[in-house]
Design a binder for this molecule. Sequence first.
Ligand SMILES: Nc1ncnc2c1ncn2[C@@H]1O[C@H](COP(=O)(O)OP(=O)(O)O)[C@@H](O)[C@H]1O
Ligand SMILES: [Mg+2]
Length: 363
Amino acid sequence: MKIDQMKLARFRNLEDLEIEPNGRLNILFGPNGSGKTNLCEAVHFTSTGNNLKGTRQSELINWDEDDTLIKISSAAEDQIIVYLKRGEAKQVRYNSKEVKQSELRRILPTYTFTPEDLNLSQGSPQRRRSMINDQLGVLSDDYGSVFRKYERELKKKNNLLKKDEINEDFLDVLNERLADLGAEIVDRRSDYLTDLNEILPGTYGEFAADDHELTLNYSDGRYADASREEIREILIEDIRENHDREIELENATVGPHRDKFRYRLNGRNLRKYGSQGEQRTAVVATYFANLTLYEETFGELPILIFDDILSELDRSRGNALLEYLPHDPQIFMTTATRNQSFKKLSGEFTAFELNDGEVERLT
Ligand SMILES: Nc1ncnc2c1ncn2[C@@H]1O[C@H](COP(=O)(O)OP(=O)(O)O)[C@@H](O)[C@H]1O
Ligand SMILES: [Mg+2]
C-alpha cells in the first residue's frame, strides 16, 4: 500500500498535521527539531509497532495530551487507523476492522534507514545479529516463531542456572531443545547470508569507485558448509564444554543468541581495517541488498524511509544514493539542508517543508 494521505493528531510535536505524499519520492526539509523524524516515525510505527526514538509507545503521545491518532489512506481508499491513549491498549483498524499489529507489517510494509543504522558494521556484535534477525523475521513468519521459542527455552535455562541446586536432567532436556532450535536458527542465518552475499558486491559497487568484494559471514568458520545436523553437533559440543562455566556464571554463554558476524572487504575484516566511508558504504549496500531479497520474496518493494541519511554520507555517496533509489516504491527522505543536488533526481518528487510541527508543500 502507498500512502495517499496521512493525518496525525497529537503525535509528538505534530499536533495537527495533514500530508498528501507523492506515490514516489517525498523529500522533507526542515530545521532541527521541526518534526521530520517524528513524521517518519509515524509511518514506521504504524507499520512495525516500534518507535524510532525510545521504546515506550506512550512517548509518542504529545506530552500535553492524553491520546494520539494516526490515519493513513491509500488512493484506493484503504484506511489504517492507529489510536493510542495513555493507560489503554493500542487500537489498530484496517478498513474499519480491528487487526493485529503484525498484519500491518504486510499491509503497510516499510524499510527504515536512520543514522543509527550506519553503525551496523562498526558497532557491537548485537547490532549485526539483530539486523539479521529482523531481516529474517520480515522474510519469513516462521523464523520469528522459531526464534521466539528459542528465547523461551533460553529463559528457562537461565532461570535454572541461577538456582542453588541445579537439576542436571532438566538442564540436559533444555540443552537438547536449545541445540535443536539453535541449529535451525544458525542454518537459516547461514542460508540468508549466502543469498545476501550474492548481491552485496553488486550493491557495494554502486556506491564505490572500484569493485570490491564485500561479504557478511559468521565470524565462526565452523559453520561454513555445515549441515543442520552438523551444526547441532557443534552446538551440543559447545554446550558440553561450557557446562561448568555456565553454572558458575549463572548464564547461558554459548549458542546463537551470542552469534557474531563479520563484514569482510576484499577478504579483510572491515571493522578493523575499513575507513569510515567504507564502513558506511557497506551498510548502505546491505540495506539495498536486503531490499532486493525482500522484492524477490514478496514481488514488490516496501515503503522506504531514509531519515537524515544524506547528511551522514559524503557528497558523492549521497548523490550515488539518490541516483540508485528504486523507481517503484514510495519513498520518504528527510534532510535538514537543501544543498544536496536534488536536480540529479530522475522522475518526479515532491518537496515538503516542516517548521515547528507544521508541514507545507514546496513543489
Ligand atoms: N511526546 C512529545 N510531545 C511533544 N513534542 C515532542 C515529543 N517527543 C518529541 N517531541 C519534540 O519533537 C521535536 C521534533 O523532533 P524531531 O522529529 O526529532 O525533529 P527533526 O526535524 O530534527 O527530525 C523535538 O524538538 C522534540 O522536543
Ligand atoms: Mg531528525
